[in-house]
Design a protein around this ligand. Structure first.
Ligand SMILES: [Zn+2]
Ligand SMILES: [Zn+2]
Length: 273
């Protein structure tokens, strides 16, 4: 019996760790492959900082991300175990709260995480805390998608903290949490992509300006003390922490992208050197 429980637990640990690693390499890997290898030449003009990071930086990003995966896995497993013991607000059947709540809960998780991320991120930019916990993430000045989980272990604990916060405070279906974490990773990878994919005028559009762009988080890596948000540009606008040149910089990136589209391969080659 004991052996049976241990085997199940071990199986669960492997399953959780594998799914985190697989998601990371799948999503970050696909974007890296398309933008940095396969369509490298085609997308060069959309590169926010016109240079590529050295390989050693990419290896560091992956190394720290693997350490984060272990920490994420440990906290997620503890949350699952707490749920099995009835301590969290997890529920098993969607019809217990209905489909409306199911979809609403995903949106709620995203907005909750947006606030959580903004304020924990700002706290980590307080000098003493920055040196201990957040400096590691900022070693990527010109980040690639693999920087998505490149955190110091202390920051990894803070980042994954959103999972128990959700699990203990709001009723949630496991599938809703999975959809939320995939969406979160996708937006995280976009923020570290290094290329701008949003359309012209997006950052200053009446409505879309409330959503973040790749340029937004890229500027955070290059300039540090501005642009703290994750999904939305709500908190940065409210707290006036957007870089004063954010919208202008976005327009410049787009202008370069548009010009690049009209260039021939040889012209592009000349600029790239
Ligand atoms: Zn930061
Ligand atoms: Zn970052």
């Amino acid at each position: 019996m004991i052996a049976e429980i241990t085997t199940t637990k071990a199986g669960e640990i492997v399953r959780v760790l594998f799914s985190i690693v697989a998601r990371y390499f799948l999503i970050a890997g696909i974007f890296y492959f398309v933008f940095y290898i396969w369509k490298k030449r085609k997308f060069w003009y959309a590169k926010i900082q016109q240079r590529y990071p050295e390989n050693k930086h990419i290896i560091r990003e992956i190394g720290y991300s693997m350490l984060s995966v272990l920490i994420f896995g440990a906290i997620i497993i503890l949350t699952i175990v707490a749920g099995q013991k009835g301590y969290t607000r997890v529920y098993a059947r969607i019809d217990q709260y209905g489909y409306f709540y199911f979809f609403f809960s995903i949106i709620l998780m995203i907005f909750l995480h947006d606030a959580y991320f903004y304020w924990t991120h700002r706290a980590m930019h307080w000098k003493p805390l920055f040196r201990i916990a957040h400096k590691t993430h900022h070693l990527s000045i010109n980040p690639t998608p693999f920087a998505a989980y490149a955190f110091h272990p202390i920051e990894a604990v803070i980042e994954v903290g959103i999972i128990p916060l959700i699990a203990f405070t709001m009723p949630y279906h496991p599938l809703a949490l999975v959809i939320f974490t995939i969406y979160s990773l996708l937006l995280n990878v976009l923020g570290h992509l290094g290329f701008e994919i949003f359309p012209k005028g997006f950052a200053s559009h009446r409505l879309f300006k409330w959503h973040n762009t790749s340029t937004h988080h890229n500027m955070h890596h290059r300039l540090t003390r501005c642009n703290y948000g994750l999904y939305f540009n709500i908190w940065d606008r409210l707290m006036k922490t957007n870089h004063p040149e954010y919208e202008k910089s976005f327009d410049e990136v787009i202008e370069k992208r548009e010009q690049g589209k009209l260039m021939s391969d040889t012209e592009l080659e000349k600029i790239r050197g």
